[in-house]
Design a protein around this ligand. Structure first.
Ligand SMILES: C[S@@+](CC[C@H](N)C(=O)[O-])C[C@H]1O[C@@H](n2cnc3c(N)ncnc32)[C@H](O)[C@@H]1O
Length: 218
Protein backbone atom coordinates (compact mmCIF):
# COMPACT_ATOMS: atom_id res chain seq x y z
CA UNK A 1 0.00 0.00 0.00
CA UNK A 2 1.29 3.47 -0.86
CA UNK A 3 1.77 5.48 2.33
CA UNK A 4 0.67 9.11 2.44
CA UNK A 5 3.30 11.70 3.18
CA UNK A 6 3.42 13.55 6.44
CA UNK A 7 3.59 17.21 5.41
CA UNK A 8 5.93 18.83 7.93
CA UNK A 9 7.12 22.45 7.81
CA UNK A 10 10.23 21.53 5.80
CA UNK A 11 8.16 19.82 3.12
CA UNK A 12 5.63 22.65 3.17
CA UNK A 13 8.51 25.05 2.44
CA UNK A 14 9.73 22.80 -0.37
CA UNK A 15 6.21 22.85 -1.87
CA UNK A 16 6.20 26.65 -1.66
CA UNK A 17 9.63 26.87 -3.26
CA UNK A 18 8.42 24.75 -6.16
CA UNK A 19 4.94 26.20 -6.68
CA UNK A 20 4.21 29.91 -7.06
CA UNK A 21 6.02 32.48 -4.93
CA UNK A 22 3.95 33.57 -1.97
CA UNK A 23 2.65 37.14 -2.21
CA UNK A 24 4.47 39.50 0.24
CA UNK A 25 1.22 40.02 2.20
CA UNK A 26 0.70 36.23 2.45
CA UNK A 27 4.23 36.02 3.89
CA UNK A 28 3.47 38.81 6.34
CA UNK A 29 0.22 37.17 7.43
CA UNK A 30 1.94 33.81 7.95
CA UNK A 31 4.56 35.55 10.09
CA UNK A 32 1.82 37.26 12.09
CA UNK A 33 0.00 33.95 12.64
CA UNK A 34 3.29 32.43 13.85
CA UNK A 35 3.18 34.87 16.77
CA UNK A 36 -0.20 33.52 17.91
CA UNK A 37 1.00 30.22 19.39
CA UNK A 38 -1.61 27.45 19.44
CA UNK A 39 -4.28 29.61 17.76
CA UNK A 40 -2.20 29.56 14.57
CA UNK A 41 -3.48 26.08 13.84
CA UNK A 42 -6.84 27.63 12.91
CA UNK A 43 -5.28 28.79 9.64
CA UNK A 44 -5.45 26.51 6.57
CA UNK A 45 -2.11 25.09 5.44
CA UNK A 46 0.03 26.67 2.73
CA UNK A 47 -0.58 23.63 0.49
CA UNK A 48 -4.33 23.95 0.94
CA UNK A 49 -4.13 27.59 -0.12
CA UNK A 50 -2.13 26.67 -3.25
CA UNK A 51 -4.73 24.05 -4.07
CA UNK A 52 -7.59 26.56 -3.62
CA UNK A 53 -5.82 29.05 -5.88
CA UNK A 54 -5.37 26.43 -8.60
CA UNK A 55 -8.97 25.28 -8.17
CA UNK A 56 -10.36 28.82 -8.45
CA UNK A 57 -8.31 29.62 -11.54
CA UNK A 58 -9.13 26.41 -13.38
CA UNK A 59 -12.85 26.42 -12.60
CA UNK A 60 -13.58 30.03 -13.52
CA UNK A 61 -14.73 30.77 -9.97
CA UNK A 62 -15.77 34.37 -9.33
CA UNK A 63 -18.15 34.59 -6.42
CA UNK A 64 -16.93 32.93 -3.21
CA UNK A 65 -18.47 32.59 0.25
CA UNK A 66 -16.21 31.72 3.18
CA UNK A 67 -17.62 30.54 6.51
CA UNK A 68 -14.83 31.10 9.08
CA UNK A 69 -12.11 33.62 8.22
CA UNK A 70 -9.90 34.02 11.31
CA UNK A 71 -6.98 36.37 10.44
CA UNK A 72 -7.65 35.97 6.72
CA UNK A 73 -5.05 33.60 5.22
CA UNK A 74 -7.54 31.48 3.23
CA UNK A 75 -9.55 34.49 2.03
CA UNK A 76 -6.42 36.48 1.13
CA UNK A 77 -4.98 33.53 -0.83
CA UNK A 78 -8.25 33.04 -2.72
CA UNK A 79 -8.65 36.78 -3.29
CA UNK A 80 -5.21 37.04 -4.89
CA UNK A 81 -6.26 34.82 -7.83
CA UNK A 82 -9.78 36.13 -8.37
CA UNK A 83 -10.58 37.75 -11.72
CA UNK A 84 -11.28 41.51 -11.81
CA UNK A 85 -15.00 41.00 -11.29
CA UNK A 86 -14.54 38.38 -8.55
CA UNK A 87 -15.45 38.79 -4.88
CA UNK A 88 -15.44 37.00 -1.54
CA UNK A 89 -18.02 37.32 1.22
CA UNK A 90 -16.52 36.21 4.54
CA UNK A 91 -18.56 35.24 7.60
CA UNK A 92 -17.02 35.41 11.06
CA UNK A 93 -18.09 36.21 14.58
CA UNK A 94 -14.77 37.44 15.99
CA UNK A 95 -14.29 41.22 15.83
CA UNK A 96 -10.56 41.19 16.71
CA UNK A 97 -9.42 38.60 14.16
CA UNK A 98 -11.70 40.18 11.54
CA UNK A 99 -9.97 43.53 12.10
CA UNK A 100 -6.60 41.86 11.59
CA UNK A 101 -7.90 40.14 8.44
CA UNK A 102 -9.29 43.42 7.06
CA UNK A 103 -5.91 45.11 7.54
CA UNK A 104 -4.18 42.39 5.53
CA UNK A 105 -6.85 42.60 2.79
CA UNK A 106 -6.22 46.35 2.62
CA UNK A 107 -2.43 45.87 2.43
CA UNK A 108 -2.93 43.50 -0.53
CA UNK A 109 -5.36 46.01 -2.14
CA UNK A 110 -8.12 43.46 -1.93
CA UNK A 111 -10.41 45.37 0.42
CA UNK A 112 -12.78 46.16 -2.45
CA UNK A 113 -13.13 42.44 -3.24
CA UNK A 114 -13.20 40.81 0.21
CA UNK A 115 -15.85 41.85 2.76
CA UNK A 116 -16.42 40.35 6.20
CA UNK A 117 -19.93 40.00 7.66
CA UNK A 118 -19.42 40.14 11.41
CA UNK A 119 -22.19 37.99 12.91
CA UNK A 120 -23.01 34.37 13.79
CA UNK A 121 -22.61 32.57 10.45
CA UNK A 122 -26.07 30.95 10.62
CA UNK A 123 -27.70 34.40 10.75
CA UNK A 124 -25.60 35.64 7.82
CA UNK A 125 -26.35 32.53 5.77
CA UNK A 126 -30.10 32.94 6.33
CA UNK A 127 -29.87 36.62 5.33
CA UNK A 128 -27.92 35.69 2.19
CA UNK A 129 -30.57 33.10 1.33
CA UNK A 130 -33.16 35.87 1.29
CA UNK A 131 -31.07 37.98 -1.13
CA UNK A 132 -31.12 35.12 -3.69
CA UNK A 133 -27.38 35.68 -4.37
CA UNK A 134 -25.70 32.46 -5.59
CA UNK A 135 -22.06 31.46 -5.19
CA UNK A 136 -19.62 29.49 -7.36
CA UNK A 137 -17.73 28.15 -4.35
CA UNK A 138 -18.38 28.01 -0.61
CA UNK A 139 -15.60 27.19 1.85
CA UNK A 140 -16.74 25.98 5.28
CA UNK A 141 -14.13 26.31 8.05
CA UNK A 142 -15.90 27.53 11.23
CA UNK A 143 -17.33 25.88 14.38
CA UNK A 144 -17.71 22.14 13.80
CA UNK A 145 -20.95 21.97 15.85
CA UNK A 146 -22.70 23.82 13.03
CA UNK A 147 -21.10 22.05 10.06
CA UNK A 148 -24.33 20.28 9.08
CA UNK A 149 -26.33 23.53 9.28
CA UNK A 150 -23.69 25.40 7.29
CA UNK A 151 -23.65 22.66 4.68
CA UNK A 152 -27.44 22.50 4.31
CA UNK A 153 -27.72 26.29 4.01
CA UNK A 154 -24.77 26.31 1.57
CA UNK A 155 -26.60 23.88 -0.70
CA UNK A 156 -29.30 26.52 -1.07
CA UNK A 157 -26.74 29.24 -1.80
CA UNK A 158 -24.54 27.42 -4.29
CA UNK A 159 -25.09 27.55 -8.06
CA UNK A 160 -25.83 24.31 -9.86
CA UNK A 161 -22.47 22.58 -10.46
CA UNK A 162 -20.88 24.91 -7.87
CA UNK A 163 -18.49 23.64 -5.21
CA UNK A 164 -18.76 23.37 -1.43
CA UNK A 165 -15.43 22.64 0.27
CA UNK A 166 -15.35 21.64 3.93
CA UNK A 167 -12.19 21.70 6.06
CA UNK A 168 -11.02 19.45 8.93
CA UNK A 169 -12.98 16.37 7.84
CA UNK A 170 -10.13 14.02 8.83
CA UNK A 171 -9.64 15.74 12.22
CA UNK A 172 -5.91 14.99 12.65
CA UNK A 173 -6.66 11.42 11.54
CA UNK A 174 -8.75 10.85 14.67
CA UNK A 175 -11.96 10.08 12.73
CA UNK A 176 -10.42 6.69 11.87
CA UNK A 177 -9.08 5.98 15.37
CA UNK A 178 -11.57 3.81 17.30
CA UNK A 179 -9.96 4.92 20.60
CA UNK A 180 -11.04 8.53 20.00
CA UNK A 181 -14.58 9.13 21.11
CA UNK A 182 -14.72 12.76 22.18
CA UNK A 183 -17.63 14.95 21.14
CA UNK A 184 -15.90 16.83 18.32
CA UNK A 185 -14.43 13.71 16.71
CA UNK A 186 -17.87 12.09 16.80
CA UNK A 187 -19.46 15.22 15.31
CA UNK A 188 -17.06 15.13 12.37
CA UNK A 189 -17.72 11.39 11.94
CA UNK A 190 -21.46 12.02 11.88
CA UNK A 191 -21.02 14.84 9.40
CA UNK A 192 -18.87 12.67 7.10
CA UNK A 193 -21.49 9.88 7.19
CA UNK A 194 -24.22 12.40 6.41
CA UNK A 195 -22.28 13.69 3.36
CA UNK A 196 -21.61 10.16 2.15
CA UNK A 197 -25.35 9.50 1.96
CA UNK A 198 -26.24 12.83 0.34
CA UNK A 199 -27.10 12.17 -3.30
CA UNK A 200 -27.66 15.87 -4.08
CA UNK A 201 -23.90 16.13 -4.63
CA UNK A 202 -20.83 14.41 -6.01
CA UNK A 203 -18.00 14.34 -3.48
CA UNK A 204 -14.48 13.29 -2.70
CA UNK A 205 -12.26 13.57 0.38
CA UNK A 206 -8.68 14.77 -0.10
CA UNK A 207 -6.04 14.30 2.63
CA UNK A 208 -4.85 17.89 2.26
CA UNK A 209 -4.15 19.88 5.42
CA UNK A 210 -6.53 18.46 8.02
CA UNK A 211 -8.60 16.80 5.27
CA UNK A 212 -11.06 18.49 2.92
CA UNK A 213 -14.26 17.26 1.33
CA UNK A 214 -15.05 18.73 -2.07
CA UNK A 215 -18.72 18.55 -3.02
CA UNK A 216 -20.25 19.50 -6.33
CA UNK A 217 -23.95 20.22 -6.49
CA UNK A 218 -25.55 18.01 -9.13
C1 LIG B 1 -10.57 27.57 11.74
S1 LIG B 1 -10.86 29.27 11.85
C2 LIG B 1 -10.90 29.79 10.17
C3 LIG B 1 -9.54 29.79 9.56
C4 LIG B 1 -9.41 30.52 8.23
N1 LIG B 1 -10.19 29.88 7.21
C5 LIG B 1 -7.94 30.60 7.84
O1 LIG B 1 -7.51 29.85 6.95
O2 LIG B 1 -7.20 31.36 8.47
C6 LIG B 1 -12.53 29.31 12.36
C7 LIG B 1 -13.18 30.68 12.43
O3 LIG B 1 -14.57 30.47 12.61
C8 LIG B 1 -15.08 31.53 13.39
N2 LIG B 1 -16.34 31.10 14.03
C9 LIG B 1 -16.52 30.21 15.03
N3 LIG B 1 -17.82 30.10 15.34
C10 LIG B 1 -18.48 30.93 14.50
C11 LIG B 1 -19.86 31.25 14.30
N4 LIG B 1 -20.82 30.69 15.04
N5 LIG B 1 -20.17 32.16 13.35
C12 LIG B 1 -19.22 32.73 12.59
N6 LIG B 1 -17.90 32.45 12.72
C13 LIG B 1 -17.54 31.57 13.65
C14 LIG B 1 -13.97 31.81 14.41
O4 LIG B 1 -14.10 33.13 14.91
C15 LIG B 1 -12.71 31.56 13.56
O5 LIG B 1 -12.21 32.78 13.07
Amino acid sequence: MIKSLEINERLEKYISDHTNDLHPVQKELLKYNDTLGQTKKMQISISQAYFFQFFIRTNNIKNILEVGTFTGYSALSMGLVLPKDGKITCLDINKDTSEVANNFFKKAKLDDKIKINLAPAIDSLIKLKNTKEKFDMIFIDADKENYKNYYNLSLELIKNSGFIIIDNVLWKGEVADPKKNDQLTNLIREFNSFIKKDDRIEKTILPLGDGITICRKI
